[in-house]
Design a protein around this ligand. Structure first.
Ligand code: C5P
Length: 297
């Protein structure tokens, strides 16, 4: 679609992420934690439809999400409208596939999709850097989703640089209940801090393109804090190992955990072995390109 034409309706897919490494480096004066993390987009995705309208309104397939101004996708639209001084609105429909408050960045990827979609729908043509400034006011994962692929996050997670990615097959397991990000961070103690070496190790592992090296380099400094709130974490990890995963890790602040498989075929086998439990499971592939994709529709 030529950049000069701006459509009245867009369909977008917004991919989830996992954190292949996540280190807490320390506590910041602003109350947040200083992070070093490796993000990787995966092909479990929400779908959004954006339609030009006078007001900002939304509908969703999810029974768990508010559809008022507290929804992160609508907040993204309101923030961009204000910053760009646009007098248009949007009718937003969100088909939710990524579990909510799961450590997979579901709300953040939707917010990034809204920013990128409205930039097109409202014909703003903002540079990515300017969209990233709005993105970081919405959540620390949102700037990452403007890019996607494999990337390193520093600062509060919002300072994003691209990393060399490789094809990965993963199995995601979610216990079916949310975990509050702020509550997990609230349980972090200095004993859980580390120096950033594990993040470097994961970046190197991805560069070697060896699945076994990636599997043996997984690290998440929030796991112990989350496990204290969600005892099922260890059971999900043990089940993934027993089903053949090469390595397992909690994603983000949890409670979703993932296992690394040798191939997508093996990921599907592992998923099938786990499907008897009450957990939700997905076999997914890493996404090397943008986390948000759009087409006029
Ligand atoms: O980035 P987001 O708004 O999703 O973060 C939710 C909460 O997680 C924050 O309010 C904060 O309590 C915690 N957090 C943190 N350090 C970070 C990122 C998030 O303490 N780097």
């Amino acid at each position: 679609m030529p950049r000069s034409r701006h459509p009245r309706r867009l369909t977008l897919t917004a991919a989830a992420k996992v954190n292949l490494a996540l280190e807490i480096l320390g506590k910041r004066p602003d109350g947040y934690h200083e992070l070093a993390t490796v993000f990787q987009a995966v092909d479990l995705a929400d779908r959004l439809v954006l339609e030009d309208a006078d007001e900002l309104t939304m509908t969703t397939t999810s029974g768990e999400l508010p559809i008022d101004g507290s929804n992160l996708a609508l907040r993204a639209a309101a923030a961009l409208r204000e910053a760009a001084k646009v007098d248009r609105g949007v009718r937003l429909h969100l088909d939710k596939r990524i579990p909510v408050a799961a450590g997979l960045g579901g709300g953040s990827t939707d917010a990034a999709a809204v920013l990128l979609g409205l930039d097109r729908l409202w014909n703003l043509r903002w540079p990515r850097r300017r969209l990233a400034e709005i993105a970081r006011t919405l959540g620390m994962d949102v700037p990452y989703f403007l890019a996607g692929g494999a990337a390193v996050g520093r600062g509060r997670g919002e300072e994003v640089t691209k990393a060399a990615g490789m094809p990965l097959a993963l199995v995601l397991v979610n216990p079916g209940r949310p975990l509050d990000t702020a509550a997990v961070y609230g349980r972090v103690t200095p004993a859980m801090y580390s120096g950033g070496d594990m993040t470097e190790r994961m970046v190197d592992a991805l560069r070697t393109r060896r699945t076994t090296k990636v599997a043996s380099s997984l690290y998440n400094g929030l796991e112990a804090a989350a496990a204290a709130m969600c005892p099922e974490l260890q059971r999900m990890k043990a089940a993934l190992h027993a089903a053949g995963a090469l390595g397992t890790l909690m994603s983000g602040s949890g409670p979703t955990v993932f296992g690394v498989a040798r191939s997508f075929e093996q990921a599907r086998q592992i998923r099938a072995r786990l499907s008897r439990a009450s957990w939700s499971c997905w076999a997914v592939r890493s996404v090397s390109g943008p986390a948000v994709r759009m087409r006029a529709a």
